[in-house]
Design a binder for this molecule. Structure first.
Ligand code: FES
Ligand SMILES: [Fe+2]
Length: 443
């Protein structure tokens, strides 16, 4: 449990909060490149860390993220004209470039230099391999992008999707490092494994042992969350997830030459979250069968990527193309019949199962009411890591961990079957670091 004050510190992301100030020291992924498909495409509303913003791609294809409020008299720039390398407010024609400079003020006298005194809040953006990132912090120039491997491989080696979840970012993140929930909410009654996974190798050990033993170990930019399950009579199966500041979770793959996946739980505000999910292979392009499963689901239900058609018709609210059809208003389209005959959860699809329970906890989970067990050790550890950074910033103005060390994010999740008397840290240390051109270490 957490007391109410610590729960607020953990969850609040507004600009005036310590957590929000820490969050602003890190880069935030917020857009898939295709959402702004061409130079001068229509702008889109964005909301990040509780700020209402507008994104646009200018005539040179550079992406901008600016306040959604014109500095003249506050009209929304979402209605603006995106033309000739700038966004022009439709009310009186003031025009702003990607850096927020006012480059034209056509309703003032030609000799006026007023436009040079006006700036629109603008956050730097960088586009890498199909994902647009922004930095809302004070460092100028901003630090380098974190070296997250899924966003550093060529686009053919990665699949990235996005959806909105209507709850605070941290309780989503807690699901991303919670290895013990997989045996329950995601399990098929037939195999005990998650949809799309065979109960072989590591996934078989997972399905068979429902009460993993947890250990954690802090890293430069987060914490490792290790779950140990029984494998054979003389061995254990170890799965090591990463929590990486501020909002990334990576979980290990299993099987033959697999791809690996993870999440970024990016706060829209205190009550809603953009959930990025990626699957990537460090060496080879994703295979057609892998892509088909992610685009269409398997056996009539999605895995952890929302499939094509999973979203409601797009609207123009922030992230309005990423609201799922399965949602709280329709009980996630649950089937009690399928719950009796097919799967542990009444809800179909890995991501919808997670969204359903996480949203059901309340928009901000009341952690003072919870009762944590030994299987919650990873969650306790992730909270401690984030709160430590928040308190160090609030009380001593310490920069959060690794903000200027992008390689702290160049890591991998890993799984291994080890003799029962082996130590997992020395045995798995190398496989927890990313190495360009090498496949994942798996069991
Ligand atoms: S309110 Fe935007 S130009 Fe006047
Ligand atoms: Fe889950």
């Amino acid at each position: 449990m957490l007391n109410p004050a610590d729960n607020a510190l953990l969850t609040q992301v507004g600009a005036a909060t310590p957590g929000g100030q820490v969050m602003r020291r890190y880069w935030l992924p917020f857009l898939l490149s295709g959402e702004l498909p061409a130079p001068d495409a229509p702008p889109a509303r964005i909301r990040l860390l509780g700020e209402d913003l507008v994104t646009f791609r200018d005539s040179t294809s550079k992406v901008a993220l600016v306040a959604n409020s014109c500095p003249h008299r506050g009209a929304s720039l979402f209605f603006g004209r995106n033309e000739e390398s700038g966004l022009r407010c439709v009310y009186h024609g003031w025009k702003f470039d990607t850096e927020g400079a006012c480059v034209d003020m056509p309703n003032e006298p030609a000799e006026s230099n007023f436009k040079h005194k006006i700036r629109l809040t603008a956050y730097p953006c960088v586009e890498r391999n199909g994902v647009v990132w922004t930095y809302m912090g004070p460092q100028s120039p901003p630090p380098a992008l974190p070296s997250l491997e899924w966003n550093m491989v060529p686009p053919a080696q990665a699949h990235v999707t996005k959806r909105v979840q209507r709850n605070n970012w941290f309780q989503g993140l807690e699901g991303g490092i919670d290895s013990s929930h997989v045996n329950f909410i995601h399990a098929l009654l037939s195999t005990g494994a998650s949809p799309g996974r065979t109960a072989q190798g590591g996934f078989g050990y997972m399905a068979n042992d429902k009460h993993p033993r947890f250990e954690t170990l802090d890293t430069e930019a987060g914490t490792l969350v290790t779950a140990r399950r029984n494998a054979e009579a003389d061995s254990y199966y170890w799965r090591v997830n990463h929590y990486l500041l501020p909002f990334y979770t990576l979980f290990p793959p299993s099987g033959k030459d697999p791809a690996a996946s993870g999440h970024a739980w990016v706060p829209i505000d205190d009550d809603s979250t953009i959930v990025f999910h990626w699957t990537y292979h460090p060496v080879r392009p994703l295979a057609d069968a892998e892509l088909t499963a992610m685009h269409n689901g398997v056996g009539g239900q999605d895995g952890f990527h929302p499939s094509e058609g999973a979203m409601l018709p797009a609207t123009s609210v922030p992230f309005g193309a990423f609201y799922p059809r399965q949602n709280a208003d329709n009980d996630y389209l649950q089937s009690r019949e399928a719950q009796r005959t097919e799967r542990f959860s009444s809800v179909a699809g890995g991501w919808a199962q997670d969204a359903g329970v996480q949203e059901s906890m309340g928009t901000v989970c009341p952690r003072p009411n919870e009762h944590l067990g030994t299987s919650d050790l990873g969650i306790i550890s992730a909270r401690r890591v984030f709160l430590k950074a928040v308190l160090a910033f609030r009380d001593r103005r310490e920069e959060p961990p690794a903000v200027n060390d992008p390689d702290a994010w160049f890591v991998r999740p890993a799984g291994a079957v080890l003799p029962r008397d082996a130590e997992w840290v020395p045995a798995m240390r190398e496989s927890l670091l990313a190495r360009a051109g090498t496949p994942f270490a798996v069991a």
